[in-house]
Design a protein around this ligand. Structure first.
Ligand code: FAD
Length: 445
């Protein structure tokens, strides 16, 4: 496809970004009979390797059950492909040595599952699958730089490839270019308003590495998860099995608790966490990769759903719409649900008038609940910047503290909390009579 052909045929779509959100959106569009070009600034590796465009891929990436079932719905059989690639399914809470903010979470029988593998394996497995679709092609090493519009609708995507610029004609452009998305600037350049934006920054910092065990894992747990313990110890640690018999281990902290990136400092930091489990784990392990630090920018939500005017045929999904504090593990599951939402709108309404607004609202709705959970938790910490602190948050935190304490003693509160954190139930689930009762009975100090 080249810039010489400037007519936008109605069934041409372009997706910007070959990350999870872009791959899934492309697959949905191909299923709706679009010929899809995925434009990606990186050269894509032939195997499960990290690449510059997704720097967070070196760090722990869990896919919640709701995300996993969603990917399976979109790409039937992908679950088996992920298992064959080495992804490990873990039961929650039963498979983890887990210390929550209120103390040790008992190993209740597992209620939910989570999929654990490195992010390159997840991306590569999905990409390999999506690239088998004859209606989807990849345009690698090309950077999207703007929209072409006419009469209030998208007619193509402008891109730069080396020193040359060109336009890919398209009736539909999906921006899935992640955190660094320039969609607001593209809209302004095309004469449309930029979306309102909100940010919350708990200033999280990670250090992560891959490890191999030199001795069997002590005890029956298959992983360790030490959550941030309220405001007194805003540090966390996690060790999970991933493909090829390795473990991904991360430690981190909020503002003022940034972890070191050398092996000795890493182990020393792990020893300061709420339980000795992670330090014990490291004592029986050897490094299988360099340690890498990462300081993600704060969470950001852009309200493309609320702009007064927008070009018909331009849709934004994934991290380009909303990024979350990664400690809550929400981003990929939200991206999967947004792809399902896109499919739902295409199936129920087609691409007639109002398509873009409908999709953008459905996409925003998928991010809204997770954003509320993450924002409320981030606002517990005095060092957090941005966000909308309201008197309600204080009440919410006090009640949630009770539920968290109850979750260390009673399965009802435990499962309800898990359902909400794993995005399987809305936060209102925590106010169900059975959970209220459990919080009253078991949630005292
Ligand atoms: C440290 C860390 C840990 C995380 N852990 C978890 C976790 O445990 N569970 C979870 O669900 N989520 C986690 N996340 C969030 C997760 O990484 C994101 O939600 C997810 O990557 C979003 O996918 P995406 O496709 O929207 O964006 P990305 O994966 O960032 O992909 C964007 C793609 O667009 C390409 N691109 C960018 N600009 C252009 C351009 N102009 N032209 C062409 N291509 C372009 C990039 O090269 C890239 O390939 C974590 C995030 C961080 C930072």
């Amino acid at each position: 496809m080249s810039g010489e052909d400037s007519s936008a045929t109605p069934r041409n779509a372009v997706v910007v970004g070959a990350g999870l959100a872009g791959l899934l959106a492309a697959s949905v569009l191909a299923g709706a009979d679009y010929d899809v070009t995925i434009v990606e600034r990186d050269r894509l590796p032939a195997g499960p390797d990290a690449r510059a465009g997704i720097p967070q891929a070196h760090h722990t990436h869990l896919l919640f059950e709701r995300g996993e079932t969603g990917v399976e719905e979109l790409l039937p059989g992908i679950r088996s492909e992920l298992r064959e690639a080495g992804a490990v399914s873990l039961g929650l809470p039963g498979d983890l040595e887990w210390v929550g903010p209120a103390g040790v979470i008992p190993r209740f029988p597992s209620r939910r599952t989570v999929l654990s593998c490195t992010r390159p394996v997840l991306d590569w497995t999905v990409r390999r699958r999506v690239s088998r679709d004859p209606r989807i092609s990849f345009r690698e090493g090309a950077r999207a730089i703007g929209l072409e519009t006419s009469a209030g609708a998208v007619t193509g995507l402008r891109l730069r490839c080396g020193d040359t610029s060109e336009v890919i004609p398209a009736a539909l452009v999906v921006d899935a270019s992640g955190r660094s998305s320039a969609a607001p600037a593209w809209l302004v350049d095309a004469g449309f308003p930029a979306p309102a934006e909100e940010t919350v920054d708990a200033a999280i910092a990670y250090t992560t590495g891959l490890f191999r065990r030199t001795a069997p894992v002590p005890g029956p747990a298959r992983g360790v998860y030490l959550q941030v313990s309220g405001t007194s110890l805003p540090r966390f640690g996690i060790a999970l099995p991933v493909e090829r018999d390795r473990w991904i281990v991360a430690v981190g902290g909020l503002r003022g608790h940034e972890p070191p990136t050398d092996q000795e400092g890493f182990a020393a930091f792990a020893a300061t966490l709420a339980s000795p489990a992670l330090a014990g784990f490291l004592a029986g392990a050897v490094a299988d990769s360099p340690l890498r630090g990462f300081r993600p920018p704060g969470s950001r939500r852009r309200h493309f759903d609320r702009t007064a005017r927008r070009p018909e045929g331009f849709v934004v999904v994934g991290d380009a719409v909303c990024t979350f504090n990664p400690v809550y593990g929400q981003g990929m599951t939200v991206a999967v649900r947004q792809a399902l939402a896109l499919r739902g709108v295409l199936t129920d309404h087609g691409t007639g008038p109002g398509f873009t607004r409908r999709v953008q609202r459905a996409v925003a709705a998928e991010a809204a609940g997770p954003w509320k959970i993450a924002e409320a938790e981030d606002l517990r910490h005095p060092g957090t910047r941005g966000g909308h602190r309201t008197p309600l948050h204080r009440l919410q935190h006090a009640y949630l503290d009770r539920v968290q304490r109850a979750a260390t003693a009673d399965v009802t509160a435990n499962y309800a909390l898990l359902d909400v954190l794993a995005l399987c139930a809305p936060p209102t689930r925590l106010f169900a009579p059975s959970v209220l009762f459990s919080a009253l009975r078991h949630g005292g100090r």
